[in-house]
Design a binder for this molecule. Structure first.
Ligand SMILES: [Fe+2]
Ligand SMILES: [Fe+2]
Length: 485
């Protein structure tokens, strides 16, 4: 497909780096420059606590070319060049699905879908600053300089993702876009009066294991949502999401390898101490590592919270957004059906008379369920990689994903209690068994007790192994963050 090559380069001359020709668009340039101080205030108030004067070895996008878009250098976070970056336009792109399938992709907002589109952009935009807020205290307890740097990389990129959505609001939605952009800086994760829009983004991320689980499970929801929006018939949204996906991959890498390293360290410590039973929890904890059943419980928690982000399994909103050509399916362009789902059905899991059954429903109304299924399959691949560590170490343990009915607050399973195997259980049974399936206060206290910072080059906390590869081909003992002293 033809591309405009010139758009790959990013203009770093002005206040706002961009590859959207902001210099020739004075109205939007002014709007973004007006929004900028509020953003910096938000970053200072709600971004990482401390370390704002530290030099952090960060990557910055210098082009949107999939090969070689990043430059690594020491940057103070408040001086990070947040900007507006869109993937190259595919000339002649058509709307790939829905009732407008085959028509030219929209370069302007179609009037009849304005409200729906704005809502999709605002919901996506709201998650970006939310996760920065959730993670703001973690710098204090980072298990190494390498991990500290990764946290900050994720944080500045989530900040940039907010910029990405705010650009769309400012450029295409006039006054209400401007108001939404302001609101995005006002809501706060976990606050009662003006919380972030989605549940999982109001939960706490109190420790580094939570951070790794969050980036593995919840950033992966981000990937699925962005992938569905990257199919959008509204071309600027598609292009911005395509570029965001390249950044998102690193966030999931941080989560997946963070958990892998945690597992690895636990297995090493168990083997060195001659412990083979993963349930010998007190002895394992005494080694200063996280026992495997607790890891499983953390996975159960973050997986189930994230599933709620997919919304109701059966949803008219999802059907409308698809019909309108605004939000597609995961890898829509690789699917080989009619892309309109006119007569198609899709199986949806739901509770019926104390059991969980599959029911075929019109595929259009089951799009959230379908995206969630794609998500579960994607997450399972990463979990499979964690399990290789046990196999290699010869420790008899596996992490498994709980049943999708487990611990749900939204959708079909919100009204029932189910165990991790997907058996519907009575409320009393749930209360009795809860602490065996979700982290207990005691588990959380133990994890918290391990969260002591390591700030020497090449040093790692007791509970986590060094990474196999550094960042930007640097060694593990590289000074990834130069902390002001
Ligand atoms: Fe993001
Ligand atoms: Fe992310």
């Amino acid at each position: 497909m033809a591309m405009n090559i010139n758009i790959a380069a990013v203009d770093y001359d002005g206040l706002i780096p961009n590859n959207v020709g902001l210099g020739q668009d004075p109205r939007v340039k002014r709007a973004l420059e007006k929004w900028h101080p509020g953003y910096i205030n938000w970053w200072n108030d709600m971004g990482p606590e401390g370390f704002q004067e530290s030099l952090v070895y960060l990557r910055t996008a210098i082009s949107v070319d999939p090969k070689g878009w990043a430059k690594f250098d020491y940057v103070r976070m408040p001086e990070y060049r947040w900007g507006v970056l869109l993937a190259p336009q595919h000339v002649g792109r058509k709307i790939p699905f829905g009732m407008h399938k085959g028509e030219d992709a929209w370069q302007e907002v179609p009037g009849e879908y304005r409200a729906m589109l704005r809502r999709l952009i605002v919901i996506q935009g709201d998650t970006e600053p939310a996760s920065v807020e959730q993670q703001r205290h973690l710098g204090k307890t980072a298990p190494s300089l390498y991990d500290l740097r990764n946290l900050f990389q994720v944080n500045v990129e989530e900040g940039r993702h907010l910029w990405a959505m705010v650009y769309l609001l400012q450029k295409y939605f006039g006054r209400d876009g401007r108001e939404e952009a302001e609101e995005l800086l006002k809501r706060r994760s976990g606050e009662t009066d003006s919380p972030r829009m989605l549940g999982a983004f109001n939960e706490r991320t109190p420790d580094w294991l939570s951070f790794f689980m969050f980036t593995f499970f919840t950033d992966r929801d981000g990937k699925m949502q962005l992938a569905a929006l990257a199919q959008s018939g509204f071309d600027p949204l598609s292009r911005t999401c395509r570029f965001m996906l390249t950044e998102e991959a690193h966030h999931m890498y941080v989560g997946e390898t963070g958990v892998t390293r945690t597992i690895q360290r636990t297995c090493e410590a168990m083997l060195a101490a001659g412990i083979t039973d993963p349930n010998d929890i007190e002895r394992i904890r005494a080694l200063g590592v996280i026992d495997l059943p607790t890891l499983q419980k953390k996975a159960n928690l973050h997986f189930s919270l994230t599933l709620d982000l997919f919304g109701n399994e059966i949803s008219t909103n999802a059907a409308n957004a698809f019909n309108a050509g605004l939000k597609g399916r995961y890898q829509e362009d690789k699917l080989t059906d009619d892309h309109q789902l006119i007569n198609a059905t899709y199986p949806v899991l739901r509770p019926r008379d104390g059991a969980i059954v599959n029911e075929d429903v019109p595929a259009l109304s089951a799009l959230n369920m379908r995206l969630r299924d794609d998500y579960v399959a994607d997450a399972a691949i990463g979990v499979g990689r964690w399990n290789r560590v046990f196999a290699q170490a010869g420790i008899d343990f596996r992490i498994t994903l709980p049943h999708v009915a487990f611990n749900r607050g939204i959708g079909e399973f919100a009204t029932v209690h189910a165990d991790t195997e997907g058996h519907v259980i009575a409320r009393d049974t749930w209360e009795q068994r809860k602490a065996t399936m979700l982290p207990s206060d005691d588990d959380n206290r133990f994890i918290a007790s391990l969260m002591r910072p390591e700030r020497e080059r090449g040093a790692f906390a007791s509970w986590i192994a060094p990474p196999r590869h550094g960042i930007d081909n640097r060694p593990g003992d590289f000074e990834y963050v130069k902390i002001e002293r």
